[in-house]
Design a protein around this ligand. Structure first.
Ligand SMILES: [Mg+2]
Length: 168
């Protein structure tokens, strides 16, 4: 039996970039690669909680970091560096503003096929849910929004565990 996917955004859920100060449990990390430097808030507990969920879910990166999530984020929070990655097609963002849903949503719908999934992102809302509900052939799913000033918290992991138990 294939596990449901757990689709993970980085900026927002794992890196609460709208937080005004460093929240408890987080560390400000400076990540450098080549000429680039990023400053992110990361939380080791996220890695531990997600690793525990990997018995139930197959973890998948659904982030603009694409392969950079495996290379730069995963090792810093204790996740394996070879998780599957959704790669967004060129021009994926074009025309999405008018729809009020995330530009990621149609690509997510195609990528998951019929596998059940939970999608964690700070930029998803009821329009994304409505789009997915009207997409033929999708498995059961949950769209789980996590605010970018807060990041993934214990209550979110409890929701994920409960969904996993009910859907596996
Ligand atoms: Mg985000």
């Amino acid at each position: 039996m294939l596990r449901p996917y757990l689709l993970l955004d980085v900026d927002g859920p794992l890196n609460p970039y709208r937080a005004k100060t460093v929240p408890p449990g987080y560390r400000l990390e400076e990540i450098e690669e080549g000429e680039k430097t990023w400053r992110l808030l990361l939380n080791q507990q996220h890695g531990a909680e997600l690793t525990a969920l990997a018995d139930t879910f197959e973890l998948v990166w659904a982030t603009t970091w694409e392969d950079g999530a495996n290379r730069l984020i995963a090792p810093r929070i204790g996740l394996p560096a070879d998780l599957p990655v959704i790669r967004w097609p060129a021009g994926a963002r074009e025309g999405a503003e008018r729809s009020r849903r995330s530009w990621k949503t149609p690509h997510v719908a195609r990528w998951v096929g019929s596998r059940p999934f939970v999608w964690i992102d700070d930029e998803i809302n009821r329009y994304d849910r409505m789009f997915l509900e009207s997409t033929p052939g999708l498995g059961s799913f949950r769209v789980h929004r996590v605010e970018a000033n807060r990041g993934l918290a214990p209550a979110d992991f409890a929701v994920l565990r409960a969904w996993g138990e009910a859907n596996v």
